[in-house]
Write a protein that binds this ligand. Structure first.
Ligand SMILES: [Zn+2]
Length: 149
C-alpha cells in the first residue's frame, strides 16, 4: 500500500496540471514502515523525452541519481516515480511497462482538460510484461478519486 501525504500530493497535482498538455514526471520520496510506503515528498523531475511529450516521458538518470542521494541524506528513500497521462486514464501503458523497473512503484495521474481527475499506483512484475495494481491512499480532503483495483 502507498499513502501519499498532503504536501506531496499537492506538489504532484500542481506539477501534472502545469505540465499539461505534456506529460510530467517526478520522484516519490518517503519511508517504508510495516509494508506501507509513506510518501512525504514529491520531487519534480525534468521530462527529457526528445519527441512529442504529450504521451511520453523520460527521466534523466543522472537527475534521478542526484535525487536518490538527496533523499538518503534526509533519511528518506526513493520509493517510486510518478508521471501524468494528459487526456488519458490512470492506467499503466505498454510503454510505461517497458520503461519501468520492478524495484519502484509507479503512480500515474490522469489529467483531463488540465485537471487531475484520478490516480493509480502500479508495481511492475520482474519480467516487465505486466504490472500489479497497488492500493493507493490519497489525502482525505483531496478532490480526486483513486481508480479502484
Ligand atoms: Zn504512462
Amino acid at each position: 500500500m502507498m499513502r501519499i501525504e498532503p504536501a506531496a500530493w499537492q506538489a504532484m497535482v500542481r506539477h501534472a496540471e502545469q505540465s499539461y498538455p505534456n506529460e510530467c514526471c517526478g520522484a516519490l520520496l518517503g519511508v517504508v514502515e510495516n509494508g506501507v510506503q509513506r510518501v512525504s515528498l514529491a520531487r519534480p523531475l525534468r521530462n527529457v523525452y526528445a519527441g512529442d511529450q504529450r504521451d511520453r516521458y523520460e527521466v534523466d538518470p543522472t537527475e534521478l541519481l542526484a535525487v536518490d542521494r538527496e533523499a538518503r541524506a534526509q533519511g528518506l528513500q526513493l520509493i517510486g516515480i510518478y508521471h501524468s497521462h494528459p487526456d488519458a486514464d490512470a492506467y499503466f501503458s505498454k510503454t510505461d511497462l517497458e520503461n519501468s523497473c520492478p524495484w519502484f512503484s509507479f503512480v500515474v495521474l490522469a489529467v483531463k482538460k488540465g485537471r487531475v481527475e484520478a490516480a493509480g499506483c502500479f508495481v511492475p512484475e520482474a519480467d516487465q510484461r505486466s504490472a500489479i495494481r497497488q492500493e493507493l491512499v490519497l489525502p482525505e480532503d483531496s478532490r480526486f478519486c483513486t481508480s479502484k483495483p
